[in-house]
Design a protein. Structure first.
Length: 396
């Protein structure tokens, strides 16, 4: 998906919000239909039956009929795909959509003339019931676009994303292999010794966020002050998200250009970030600590990094079993849980090899992919061997 910043006028924004509301209404109706299903009852209606029901609803309600049939049908199509993903075991069950969250809609059957360029930095896209809406032409729009999605984030920013299969980055052909260890303190450590962390909010921004959260706790529900505070928090969160996405794009591009094979751990991030609060009958323990760990994992961009690597380097990303990668010595292969003295220090008690713990894990990941590691190069020395992490060069 190639995403661009949309710049609608106030009148166009009002119609876009109506489209979002119609798509949300149709989606929630589909969720409600599936929520009533129980074993022994008739199956919930499929996409074709829901489209027929949508036609009847549009005939009965004027406010729904004035909307775009494309927007409403594609909401049903998206729900059908979400249910297919749920039954396939790759995604969670579709849930209700709230106003102000996950707002957007999809347009299909896009023609060649529905997207055009006005100047060097300005383009236009034709939206049903809205007309031509301008967007920032920050890069070339993919050719042969058949559909696009318009979204509005919590900060109030509109975006248009054109569906297109990205061109893969060609491999360098050097035969180089790299292992990537993902962590919380260090977002990504490479087997080459390079370490990099996803950027977040600055200290001043974190202080500002804490102040806003305290204001939000004191604000009256439904008040204008509360809405203004929530908008300010959303802008800060959007800034953090943008920085993390930019970091993921640069790191993934750099890895795809430098290495032929990229080895990563096969982590179940959804299970790792699941809440530990438990139930009323069996409440969880250390819930606040687990919630903080979940936020740190998500802020490190683990899933986004591997996803973009698979997009940019298809067939060159190898996933390995993460068992014992942080406890095994990458020099002698001994597994010793006591060898990791701290979060950052690994010191093998068998051979004396010492290294940054994340870099050692990255080299084990590379070893698990079936390749030699640089830690074994050269003669073995009696004393500890130290490796210094090197800064990574970001590529656009």
């Amino acid at each position: 998906m190639s995403r661009y910043r949309l710049q609608p006028t106030p009148a166009q924004e009002a119609v876009l919000l109506e489209h979002c509301g119609h798509a949300r209404f149709v989606w929630n109706l589909a969720v409600e239909q599936y929520a009533h299903w129980r074993p022994g009852r008739r199956s919930a209606p499929g996409f074709a039956e829901q489209c027929r029901q949508l036609t009847q609803a549009r005939a009965a309600f004027m406010w729904l009929r004035v909307g775009s049939i494309i927007v409403q049908q594609q909401a049903l199509k998206d729900f059908a795909q979400a249910m297919a993903n749920f039954f396939a075991g790759t995604h969670r069950r579709p849930t209700w959509r709230r106003r102000g969250r996950s707002q957007g809609f999809r347009i299909v059957a896009v023609k060649a003339g529905d997207v055009r360029r006005l100047s060097r930095k300005v383009g236009e896209v034709r939206v049903p019931k809205v007309g031509w809406v301008r967007f920032r032409w920050s890069r070339r729009v993919p050719e042969g676009v058949k559909s696009y999605r318009i979204t509005r984030d919590r900060a109030g920013r509109w975006h248009v994303a054109f569906a297109a299969i990205p061109e893969p980055i060609p491999s360098p052909g050097t035969g180089e292999v790299v292992g990537v260890d993902r962590g919380v303190a260090v977002s990504a450590a490479l087997s080459t010794g390079e370490m990099v962390s996803a950027p977040g909010l600055r200290e001043t921004e974190q202080t500002r966020l804490r102040q806003l959260l305290r204001k939000l706790a004191r604000a009256k529900r439904g008040s204008r002050r509360r809405a203004a505070v929530k908008q300010a928090i959303a802008r800060l969160k959007a800034r953090e998200t943008d920085r993390r996405k930019d970091w993921v794009e640069k790191i993934s591009t750099g890895l795809a250009r430098r290495f032929d094979v990229i080895a990563v751990e096969d982590l179940r991030i959804g299970n790792m970030t699941r809440s530990a609060k438990g139930t009323l009958a069996e409440p969880g323990r250390n819930v606040r600590a687990k919630a903080g760990l979940n936020r740190s994992i998500l802020a490190a961009g683990w899933g986004q990094l591997v996803e973009r690597l698979e997009h940019k380097a298809p067939g060159r990303v190898v996933k390995i079993n993460p068992a014992f990668t942080s406890q095994r010595c990458s020099a002698c292969g001994i597994v010793d849980r006591e060898a990791r003295e701290s979060q950052a220090v690994f010191r093998c008690r068998s051979c004396g090899y010492a290294c940054n713990a994340d870099v050692n894990a990255a080299r084990n990941i590379k070893l698990a992919a079936g390749h030699a590691v640089s830690a074994r190069e050269g003669p073995r020395v009696a004393g500890p061997v130290h490796c210094e992490p090197q800064p990574i060069l970001l590529s656009a």
